[in-house]
Design a protein around this ligand. Sequence first.
Ligand code: G1P
Length: 289
Amino acid sequence: MQSKIKKAIFPIAGLGSRFLPATKTLAKEMLIVLDRPILEWAVIEASMSGIEEMIFVTSSKKNSIIEHFNRSLELENLLKKKKKNNQISSVQSQSELGKFTYVIQDEPKGLGHAVWCAKRFIEKNENFVVMLPDDIILSKKPVIAQMLKIHEKTSGGSVLALEKVSKKEVFKYGVIDFTKKKDNFYQIKNLVEKPHPSKAPSNLTVVGRYILNYKVFDLLEKQKKGHGNEIQLTDSLISLIEKPGLYGLEFDGNRYDCGNKLGFIEANVNFGLKDKNISKNLRNLLRKI
Ligand code: G1P
């Protein structure tokens, strides 16, 4: 019997330069999709999948994130006075999503470095989740929960979420090479970060959801620079192939890349179309465009 996966690391120290000037003072992760920050959607997904501790690898300039996931008694009292009871629970719910831990990444040295910054919160041999909140996903069953199933089936294997993209798009992602395939489930034999389409081993790309083993820190520790002269998480995943095994799951659901303007707007439209209060009017509005 494997022990339950309880912790998720959220690398959120990035500058958000693609969204300047909005991100001059506002953390990119606090940009709103429908009625809550991008980051909250990812934390909800983790919490609904049974994750208990959210480890934010953040920068010292993003205090609004800490405030958002704390209770605000002042605001709650104000809403109480105004008898806005529905809204009280909506502002209390964030702090109930789990235990929050913060660690500062002092320099933007890459995704691999960000994950490494959280090493001291993970125990030897422990399995844990990494979530990149830029990728938000609409699905019936939370994607992390779908991946945990594969983790169990493979007796503790590491698991990556995958999505097929057109070959010319592969240069934006980590891309896998695989040996075996069963339905939407793959055994990974190699990975490359952001390859040129002519050199990509497949068109199966890594989405920002990972179940990893502590062993990944062995390579991350070496802090070797890869693509873009940054320490890449993808490069260190190779150490998981032999043991505990590295698997990929083409998940059920639609992923929106909130790391760029078009994906962010696409996310807002699709989350709006799922919202019972505005979906009808939004549909009418879109028809008119
Ligand atoms: C990161 C990873 C990449 C992955 C992508 C998913 O890239 O390095 O392997 O495919 O997230 O969103 P980034 O989007 O930070 O450039």
